[in-house]
Write a protein that binds this ligand. Structure first.
Ligand SMILES: C[S@@+](CC[C@H](N)C(=O)[O-])C[C@H]1O[C@@H](n2cnc3c(N)ncnc32)[C@H](O)[C@@H]1O
Length: 172
């Protein structure tokens, strides 16, 4: 089971990027996302995607980060530009254990670095939580996220021209 924990979410400033973190988590093979700040709008946006494009995926905001870190049964990974190189550290991650992947917004508290079993960098340049999460999940799943089936009401068929969409939505 893979859970993403988004910390430092500021409702007005981060609404788009946290939504994108959640969309990447869902598309790239995570099972759920937890967000520290309560944000009903993001929950609604992601639940609307789930209704149309399918799951399985869960979103919960307003969680207590310290409690989660204290009670987590499994491995905690913190993605940060200060961390150990991805290719070195990913080999050490036990694939049979539950994974909590933490991504930050602005400055991340020292507690997170201490509580993480692995602080992992995707290169040592500052970029984005969205790119860091997508690359990590791609490497962690060895590309198998592409095989995930969502069973949604809307399914997109790959096409080299135009849009091919199957819609199972009932027309009212
Ligand atoms: C706007 S960045 C802030 C950069 C932050 N000072 C750091 O420690 O990576 C927000 C989040 O993106 C992720 N991030 C940015 N660059 C990264 C990198 N090179 N490797 C891993 N994660 C990164 C981290 O999770 C970070 O908390």
């Amino acid at each position: 089971m893979i859970t993403v924990l988004r910390i430092g979410h500021r409702i007005s400033r981060d609404k788009r990027i946290t939504t994108h973190v959640a969309l990447v988590a869902r598309a790239f093979g995570a099972d759920s996302i937890l967000i520290d700040t309560k944000d009903i709008k993001i929950e609604e946006t992601i639940n609307s995607i789930l209704t149309r494009f399918g799951g399985p995926f869960k979103i919960k905001s307003g969680v207590d980060t310290k409690k989660i870190l204290r009670e987590w049964k499994g491995i905690i990974i913190h993605l940060t530009m200060y961390g150990e190189e991805l290719s070195k550290s990913i080999k050490k991650v036990d694939k049979d254990k539950n994974l909590l992947i933490i991504v930050g917004a602005e400055k991340v508290r020292p507690l997170i670095y201490e509580k993480a079993d692995f602080n992992i960098s995707i290169g040592n340049q500052p970029h984005s939580e969205v790119s860091a999460l997508s690359i990590f999940l791609d490497r962690y799943t060895k590309g198998l996220w592409l095989k995930k089936r969502f069973n949604g009401k809307i399914e997109i068929l790959p096409s080299d021209k135009g849009k091919r969409v199957i819609s199972k939505e009932s027309k009212v």
